[in-house]
Design a protein around this ligand. Structure first.
Ligand SMILES: [Ca+2]
Ligand SMILES: [Ca+2]
Length: 180
């Protein structure tokens, strides 16, 4: 009987902890203006959903075509005490391009490939790029922040760049939906 009472008290504490925890949402969404019109892949929006198993990131463009020569970097912050991102998922936006998740070197990728489950693909018909990253790729962080950069070498003279939410700026913290 004594044990049973202790367990019940423990469960109640855990529930109270869960109820108090979400100071921020597990879902983040922001629109971005038409501020990179020189590129078809001007970013129009960013969504991130941090579930119990994966981080899903969707980036919406003005127009995404198979012939796109642009690329995208999804920066992920798993440790807010260490300046800058911890991980970067880099991908092309055109047909036949590849993607890779690496450790971050400042606001760039590195040769340090992360071995874990993740996938990414442009969906040309929907003008969306979608990346799904397992939480164990991200140190099982209970909260992450994201930042996205598009670079288009469209006309060869100078790259067109679009950041969401802003250059080297993070989304709000997105807690993992562990309790859901
Ligand atoms: Ca934009
Ligand atoms: Ca960091």
């Amino acid at each position: 009987m004594r044990t049973r009472i202790a367990l019940t008290a423990g469960a109640a504490l855990a529930l109270a902890g869960l109820a108090a925890a979400p100071a921020h949402a597990e879902f983040y969404s922001i629109d971005d203006p038409a501020d990179a019109r020189a590129s078809l892949t001007d970013i129009f929006g960013l969504q991130a959903n941090h579930g119990g198993k994966n981080l899903l990131v969707k980036v919406r463009f003005n127009e995404l075509m198979r012939s796109s020569a642009a690329g995208i970097s999804v920066f992920v912050d798993t440790d807010p005490d260490a300046k800058g991102p911890e991980y970067v998922l880099s991908s092309g936006l055109g047909d036949g391009t590849d993607y890779v998740l690496t450790g971050a070197n400042g606001w760039q990728g590195s040769d340090d490939r992360v071995s874990c489950d993740y996938s990414a693909r442009p969906k040309w018909g929907k003008d969306v790029f979608r990346a799904l990253i397992s939480r164990d790729c991200l140190d099982d962080a209970t909260s992450v922040r994201v930042s996205v950069k598009m670079v288009d070498q469209a006309d060869g003279s100078h790259p067109v760049v679009d950041w969401v939410p802003k250059r080297h700026r993070w989304s709000l913290p997105i807690a993992s939906g562990l309790g859901a």
